[in-house]
Every structure is written in C-alpha cells, then in structure tokens.
Design a protein around this ligand. Sequence first.
Ligand code: NAD
Length: 297
Amino acid sequence: MVNIAFIGLGHMGGPMAANLVRAGHQVLGYDLDAASLAEAAAAGVTPAASAPQAAAGADVVVTMLPMGRHVLALYRDEGLLAAAAPGTLFVDCSTIDVADARLAHRAATDAGHRALDAPVSGGVVGAEAATLTFMAGGGAAEFAEAEPLLAAMGKKVVHCGDAGAGQAAKICNNMILGISMIAVSEAFVLGESLGLSHQALYDVAAAASGQCWALTTNCPVPGPVPTSPANRDYRPGFAAPLMAKDLGLAANAARAGGVDARLGLQAARLYEEFGAAGGADRDFSAIVAAIRERSGA
Ligand code: NAD
C-alpha cells in the first residue's frame, strides 16, 4: 500500500483516484471544487482540507490539473512542494506544455523531491475503466516506482525518456490524430461532392493506405463504424476544445523549436475556430460538419 496525495479530482482525476483506492492504496485527495471532492470521497478517497495538507504525509503526489500554470502555481506558490517530506515522488498526469513540465521537474528536484511527467490518453471512459495509456518522462528509478501505480489506472505505461518526454509524446501523438481527423473528414466531404457513398469510401480506405484510427475507430460520418461519436450526434468522446488545447501545445512547441509543422499549426487553428463556433461540447470528429458547411454542401 502506498500513501498517495491526489490533487485535481475532475473528470479524469476523480475516476483515476478511485482506481488507486480500488487497488488498495491510501488516497488523500483535494480539489478546489467541493462537488468534485465530495464525489471522490464517495468513491473512497479521503478528503483533505487543502492540497498541502494532502501532500504532507504522502509517498507519492499525483496531480491532474487543467494547464501548466495550475501545476506550477500549486507546486511553487501554493506550498505543495514545501509541504511534502523530502524525496517525495511528484507525478504530474495533466497535459501541459513541455517547457512547463520541465520547469515543474526542476522545481520539484530543487525542493529536494523527485518528479515524473505522466500524461494520459484514453479520455474519461479510459479513466473510469482503468484502461488509460500513460506516457512518462523522468528518471528510470522514478519511473520504476510510479509504474505499478500508473498500471492500476491504465492498461499501458510507456517510459518515453527524460523530463518532459511524456508530454512530448502526448502532443506529437495528438498532432497526428488532429491532422488525420481533418484529412479523413475532408476526404468524406470530397467524396460526397463526387457522389461517393460514405460506406464505399470507408470500405476502400479502411482496407487501403488511407487506413488510420480517425477512420476506423472514430469515423467522422455516421454508419460505417457504429460505435463512433458520429452515431450519437457527436457527443464526446474527445471534446473539440481538448483537441484544440493539445494542438495549441504542439503548435507552441513547433514554433519554439523552429519546426515546419504547417499542417499541425493549421489544424490547431481549425479546431479552435470550430470550438468557438458552437463545437465546444462536441466530439472533435464533428469538425466534418464545419468542413461541409464551408464547402457550401
Ligand atoms: P477538469 O477540469 O474536469 O479537472 C481539473 C480539476 O482540477 C478541476 O476539478 C479543478 O477544480 C481542479 N483544480 C484546478 N486547480 C486546482 C488547484 N490549485 N487545487 C486543486 N484542484 C484544482 O479537467 P479533466 O478533463 O479532468 O482534465 C485534466 C487534465 O487531463 C487536463 O490537463 C486535460 O488536458 C487532460 N486530459 C483530459 C482528457 C479528457 O478526456 N477529459 C483526456 C486526456 C487528458
């Protein structure tokens, strides 16, 4: 049994913390939102009065927060690092900027602790079912210590390299996904204009070189893949603003590194526009509707 502090018990963190409780660990949790804290408490998480109070007796501190600025503020300004016993392992599972992840590592180690970035893929469904994929960045010893805990919340845990490598893997993967969903959607709209049925294009592309996850698992048109969000009026799934956020992180990293990622930058803009124009609570695959509309179809 490990003493765990879990900070950020929202859509993802709540069920992840519950899975750590189910695996037999002692989990002290905290969230600024009282309703999220109460929900986690109902699932067996012991509520703490503050984040530093949760961290004070912990072996491992897990954070699952919206953005890098929340993680850095909590670590440095809100006393989380200062409250923990020396040598505590800080595992940040939030999706944040690679540069912020490296700052968080540095802040933790400067304070005498150890750190790992371990963002996830798999969404709320994966968080609930403990089938997330974890991408970790940090030292081998830190990874070895965290791995059994991450395995209690997921089905696959990959050590990607040093500090920030988990975040790097996450944004690179999601850049592939964001671009490929737009490619698949443009192809379906082009097919429509050429009189090609969705099923015919699907049957060909799924068995040919156009095959990809955006087509065969999250197909943006209803019909060919009955479980895809398109068949339930694009209820997420993976909401468009989350894709916009991840592509924004990828775009920042590409700009900072001087990488010619024109499609990634353009995809980031398209999801942002789509989110602002009514797509905020829809699956990212609903971008097909925006493409159709802009095509005058
Ligand atoms: P969420 O908004 O539901 O949860 C974040 C929680 O953090 C909120 O409950 C908020 O009250 C809490 N919080 C913020 N600042 C805090 C502080 N200082 N102290 C304590 N609590 C604080 O978001 P989510 O959907 O759970 O996502 C969390 C992270 O996981 C994000 O970085 C997101 O990009 C990433 N992610 C989300 C999904 C998804 O499908 N939702 C999938 C993969 C990764």
